[in-house]
Write a protein that binds this ligand. Structure first.
Ligand SMILES: [Zn+2]
Length: 381
């Protein structure tokens, strides 16, 4: 019982984005029969008020009225007067989401949102991952670790060969980790940018934009573009690249025959951007984690994902410590054992005020009960 409400909560958190908000309506449900009847014709200029029937046609005016009606015709499902009510009252099942996670480095996609992805895949949503850089120069046992203490680094040609080999090894680890979450190999994309100096340039923005048009996600999860005040951070640069790409993806682009694609919501990783601030760049801000996803039931999977990233030393003790220190810290903010935090990019449009089922349940608990609730520790060897 303790953790059984998370599914509703998650669907509540991310589900309403596309109007799939059937769960939201349950506390204050409105019967379908009370919804306004679909009006086949809506005059936005107010020529025909709701519920007012067309007067008996006379032969002189009927043709003109029919022409005007044809011009003003709005399908019932797009009627702006009743649209939100229709969505809120008739969407009994959530609209399956397509969620694309874009990370700067190989481990970012699951390190920062793996639990959330696991929930959505289990619910039947689609989740895909795009890894912007190969991550070899910053996060690799051979290139960034072993070579750190060498007296001499290999010649350029040899080093490039090693980088390609290591990038391939890291890609395989990411695919393995994603499979633990239920993300299919074919839905993991490697964009191959160099992680030494990652800049937001037109070429990479275009590449990401084309991927967005192709995959047509409703939701994108990526780094906060102002992480570390946007200075010298590959995470921040990735967030900026993705935001530029979202704009470009919403328009046509010569050379790409795929139609434009609009994104319903963007969530930024809370971890990293909103974790403990320890640099001067952290003095700036203004953001906060407004979404927490309780990932307690899949924390073990997340540890297994980190174990899979042997190339960057994320497995073993580090994985366990990281889950406790990071996801545990996020969880403790909202009194659950483990959570992932997110920063919503856009405001959301609701029909009812959004209060999650989890928050409602938590409001019934005393402070000590809340402490007990969040004290569970994942038991993994
Ligand atoms: Zn990273």
């Amino acid at each position: 019982m303790r953790y059984c409400v998370f599914v509703l909560g998650v669907s509540f958190v991310l589900g309403p984005i596309l109007g799939g908000c059937g769960e939201i309506g349950s506390p204050v449900s409105v019967s379908n029969t009370s919804s306004p009847s679909p009006r086949p014709i809506l005059s936005l200029a107010g020529a025909m008020a709701p519920g007012v029937t067309t007067p008996a046609a006379d032969s002189e005016g009927s043709a003109a009225r029919e022409n005007a009606a044809a011009a003003d015709y709005v399908p019932a499902e797009k009627d702006p007067l009743t649209r939100s009510a229709r969505i809120a009252n008739t969407a009994k099942q959530h609209t399956p989401l397509r969620i694309l996670v874009v990370g700067a480095h190989p481990a970012d996609v699951f390190d920062q949102s793996g639990g959330t992805m696991a929930h959505h895949v289990a619910r039947g949503d689609w989740a895909g991952c795009a890894v912007l850089t190969h991550g070899v120069r910053v996060h690799d046992k051979v290139v960034s670790d072993d070579m750190f203490h060498r007296k001499e680094i290999p010649e350029a040609a040899e080093l490039n060969k090693i980088i390609v080999e290591r990038a391939d090894a890291k890609s395989k680890e990411v695919i393995k980790a994603c499979s633990i979450l239920g993300v299919k190999e074919q839905d993991v994309y490697f964009l191959g940018a160099d992680d030494a100096v990652l800049l937001a340039n037109e070429a990479i923005v275009r590449k990401v934009a084309r991927l967005i048009r192709k995959l047509r996600p409703n939701v994108i999860i990526t780094h906060y573009p102002l992480e570390n005040a946007g200075v010298g951070s590959q995470h921040a640069t990735t967030g900026q690249i993705v935001m530029h790409a979202i704009n470009l993806a919403a328009a046509v682009d010569p050379g790409d025959k795929t139609p434009p694609c609009e994104i319903a919501q963007v969530f930024f990783f809370g971890t990293g951007s909103a974790a403990v601030r320890s640099e001067v760049w952290g003095a700036q801000g203004g953001f906060y984690n407004d979404i927490f996803v309780d990932i307690t039931d899949v924390a073990e999977k997340k540890i297994a994902c980190l174990d899979a990233m042997a190339s960057q030393g994320y497995g073993g003790d580090y994985a366990r410590k990281r889950i406790e220190a990071s996801d545990g810290a996020f969880g403790s903010r909202v009194k659950v054992p483990y959570a992932e935090g997110f920063i919503s990019c856009y405001s959301t449009t609701q029909y009812y005020l959004p209060v999650s089922e989890i928050n409602l349940e938590h409001s019934k608990d005393s402070n000590h009960e809340a402490i007990n609730r969040s004290s569970y520790r994942v038991k993994v060897p």
